[in-house]
Design a protein. Structure first.
Length: 433
């Protein structure tokens, strides 16, 4: 098939975890097909990043995979990472609400049990009665001025996707000791010793000959039976028979501005997020003994919508109990400097835990495309766009394509896009003389 410098059989736009998984799957299943990966940034991994806090490697981006698949298991084995998988270590989480730390209620399929919610002081008796009524009639019956049920309060503050993300350590049993340590899909949640970002780093090493960094694409346009990937000046960077778009939805919308998929992709909104990871002096930790995670609902603290603190989520060589990671969900339109975010995290941690020990080091990371948000209407339009593009050899991948979003969704979408591109490539191979 084609092997010239300005053409490829399959071009993948974006070297985040979805794009990297797609490239690896294609190279493994169809080595005779030429694959190129274009990444605008100077590194691979997208929202998978890690850094040293002092001398301790930590994930500053996504860190938990909520399950897996046979394809992912084979990938980890091939990369030599299977033996480095580790399960969430800490079983004790608190929720900070109404000015104090409270125990996490036990969860049923439909939400917190009324008895547990009442026992830990989350809501008033009228609100608990509302929740009980919801279990019977399918909706909350709330009186004006009454305490709001916890589930509705979280979702109204951070949207369903963000709520799923924030509460997944509890609902997927990563921390909650009252349930087996399994996700809702029946698969174990896990990370990697030394940082889950190692997965992206290893893929980047394995695929280095296919990846071009600092290679932004301005437009992707259909021309006859091919796709042209254009530079800012309109010149053709690459031509491909198939394209996998592995970038955030709004970016994909701009790249595909000349197609009917642009509008639904542009309607997907993202809530920005940030992490501030602290290392405290040796032997010192701000969280109370036995407490390893805290969820904080902070909708009134604009520009924040929610905050989590996690202390040693994974048992990993080199991981110390004096490291605390603060995850911040920001309003989509607000930009903050790193120092502002660090100061805000320190202030919130002090409110939750009281006087803090000396901070020895910190790392701040910001993710403009943090948590994707889609409405039911947008999802329906996206489904139509995906089908239309796929018929012409362009495949979408990314966490925004499934719900709840997350690492597992991004990885699965990369493998799925690779299967479709491989099928198209095999058909073209059969049709060639």
């Amino acid at each position: 098939m084609m092997s010239t410098n300005d053409a490829a059989d399959v071009v993948i736009v974006g070297a985040g975890i979805a794009g990297l998984c797609a490239a690896y799957a294609l190279r493994s299943s169809l080595p005779e097909v030429s694959v190129r990966v274009l990444e605008a940034a100077d590194r691979v991994g997208g929202n998978l990043r890690r850094a040293l806090v002092g001398d301790i490697p930590v994930d500053t981006g996504a860190q938990t995979v909520g399950g897996g698949s046979s394809e992912l298991a084979a990938l980890l084995q091939d990369l030599g990472l299977a033996e480095h998988k580790i399960a969430p270590a800490a079983p004790e989480v608190r929720i900070f609400t109404n000015g104090q730390l409270r125990q996490v209620p036990r969860w049923s399929d439909t939400g917190p049990l009324v008895r547990e919610v009442l026992r830990h002081g989350y809501v008033s008796p009228p609100a608990a009665a509302s929740a009980a009524a919801h279990a019977v009639v399918g909706r909350f019956l709330q009186r004006p001025g009454a305490d709001e049920p916890l589930g509705r309060a979280v979702r109204s503050a951070v949207t369903s996707r963000a709520a799923d993300s924030l509460l997944s350590p509890v609902r997927q049993s990563s921390f909650d000791p009252s349930l087996p340590r399994r996700s809702r899909t029946g698969r174990h949640a896990w990370g990697l010793a030394g940082g889950t970002a190692r997965l992206a780093e290893r893929l980047g090493e394995e695929l280095s000959s296919l990846i071009s960094l600092r290679s932004p694409v301005a437009r992707i346009v259909p021309v006859a039976d091919r796709w042209h990937l254009l530079n800012e000046d309109g010149s053709v960077r690459l031509s491909a028979r198939s394209v996998i778009s592995a970038v955030p939805a709004p970016v994909a919308g701009r790249l595909l501005a000349d197609t009917s998929a642009a509008a639904p992709l542009s309607c997907v909104r993202y809530r920005a997020s940030a992490t501030v990871t602290f290392r405290f002096d040796a032997g010192m930790r701000p969280l109370a003994p036995g407490v390893t995670g805290i969820l904080v609902g902070a909708p009134e603290l604009s520009p924040l919508v929610a905050v989590t603190f996690v202390d040693r989520k994974f048992d990993s060589p080199g991981t110390s109990a004096n490291v605390v990671r603060c995850s911040l969900r920001l309003t989509s339109s607000h930009a903050m400097r790193h120092q502002e975010l660090a100061d805000l995290a320190v202030d919130l941690l002090g409110r939750v835990c009281g006087p803090l020990p000396t901070i020895a080091d910190r790392v701040v990371d910001v993710f403009p495309h943090g948590v994707p948000e889609t409405t039911a209407e947008t999802a329906a339009h996206l489904k139509e766009a995906i089908g239309h593009l796929a018929r012409h050899g362009l495949y979408l991948s990314g966490a925004y394509l499934s719900r709840p979003s997350g690492l597992r969704s991004a990885i699965a979408s990369g493998f799925a896009a690779a299967r479709l591109a491989a099928e198209r490539s095999r058909e073209m191979l059969r049709d060639e003389p």
